[in-house]
Write a protein that binds this ligand. Structure first.
Ligand code: SAH
Length: 346
């Protein structure tokens, strides 16, 4: 932890090749080591079994592998697994494996804590400590991928950036991690199986569109009425719905990729006819679908899940307007692994 040596995974493949050439070795050695670091994702130089002992010692003398460590792993009765992940500087984030009949999804964190202040989210109560590095994000995925094979006998099929943090506030590192996840030298996963979930930062949504990203976009909407949204997601004051709408229109014009809106219905907050009408209207701006998420209580009852009557009215109205709507049951509640519950209780 106190090591002054350089993190070897901060090097590009070319830099690693150059290192070996400088040492009088072959550039190809760099490729081999790179594969151990990323595709095989080993935790130590010792594990690089086709690399000569002296070469491993050379690496040991010059570098460290700042790999994450899964400190504790909790398993829910529904098969959900939550990892408390310790970073090289001792901070902890959480990631979750969510198995269903057809998929195994990794839900990963992008920041330690969060800079936003959504009133209903446990992570918001931790202040943002720092952004995760690309490899710290990548490592979470690899850890879940391995657990998926070990405990569920199948590889990971999907990744969602719905863990701790706001991915668009750590954009560059998230993009680098996704590049690695989708590259042949990493996990070779299709970007179509990756979803980035954002609270909705208009400027960054436009940037993603300009960058031509190929993954899916989800927006945590929760209300299509400014006053209501600002009362539960205070940053909405600075990024009002009009700006969000404009950014989403821009996103769609560039990517032609449908947007998912994440939506929780709370008693006395957004459970009236007016709220439903506003959502229906918002859904008409760009091709989209709505995921209604069950509320996972995090406190003493300031927020409560709305009645099933209110939920059904939402579903009816959305369907009447031919808007696709899914209702998401929560997973892993017994281990505090459900949406909005990630807060390092351990
Ligand atoms: N910052 C990103 C990703 C993290 S939150 C975002 O805002 O999208 C992942 C999802 O969980 C978001 O849709 C968020 O609104 C939702 N969520 C947060 N707290 C929740 C809670 N207590 N119950 C249910 N969903 C919650």
């Amino acid at each position: 932890m106190t090591d002054k040596k350089k993190d070897i995974r901060a090097l590009t493949k070319d830099q690693l090749r150059a290192f070996f050439v400088d040492q009088g070795d072959k550039a190809f050695r760099g490729n081999q080591v790179y594969e151990w670091l990323w595709k095989k994702a080993v935790y130590s130089f010792e594990d690089m079994t086709n690399i000569a002992k002296e070469t491993r010692q050379l690496l040991e003398d010059n570098f460290v592998i700042n790999h994450i460590r899964v400190d504790t792993m909790q398993r829910s009765s529904d098969g959900t697994i939550k990892n408390a992940v310790r970073l090289h500087d001792g901070l902890v984030v959480e990631s979750v494996l969510i198995p269903t009949a057809t998929r195994t999804t990794a839900c990963v964190s992008s920041q330690v804590g969060c800079s936003l202040d959504c009133k209903f989210c446990a992570t918001a109560r931790l202040k943002r400590m720092r952004n995760l590095n690309p490899d710290e994000i990548y490592d979470q995925v690899v850890a879940i991928h391995n657990e998926s094979r070990l405990y569920h006998n199948r590889p990971l099929s999907n990744i969602v950036f719905m863990g701790m943090g706001e991915p668009l506030m750590n954009y560059n590192n998230v993009i680098k991690a996704i590049d690695k996840i989708t590259s042949k030298e990493g996990l070779a996963m299709s970007p179509k199986r990756i979803t980035l979930s954002t609270s909705g930062i208009p400027k960054m949504i436009k940037k993603m569109a300009d960058d031509g990203v190929k993954f899916n976009l989800a927006v945590s909407l929760h209300s299509a009425i400014d006053e209501v949204r600002t009362s539960i997601m205070p940053f909405n004051e600075n990024f009002p719905l009009h700006d969000l709408k404009e950014a989403l229109e821009y996103w769609y014009s560039k990517t032609k990729s449908r947007i998912s809106y994440e939506y929780v219905v709370w008693k006395g907050i957004n459970d009236t006819r007016k709220d439903i009408d506003a959502l229906v209207q918002f859904c008409k701006y760009v091709p989209s679908k709505v995921n209604i998420i069950e509320y996972n209580p995090i406190d003493d009852g300031q927020f409560q899940q709305a009645s099933s009557t209110a939920l059904n009215l939402y579903i009816e109205e959305l369907e009447k307007h031919r808007i696709v709507v899914n209702v998401r049951r929560s997973r892993g509640k017994d281990i505090d692994a459900a949406c909005g519950q990630l807060a390092n209780k351990t």
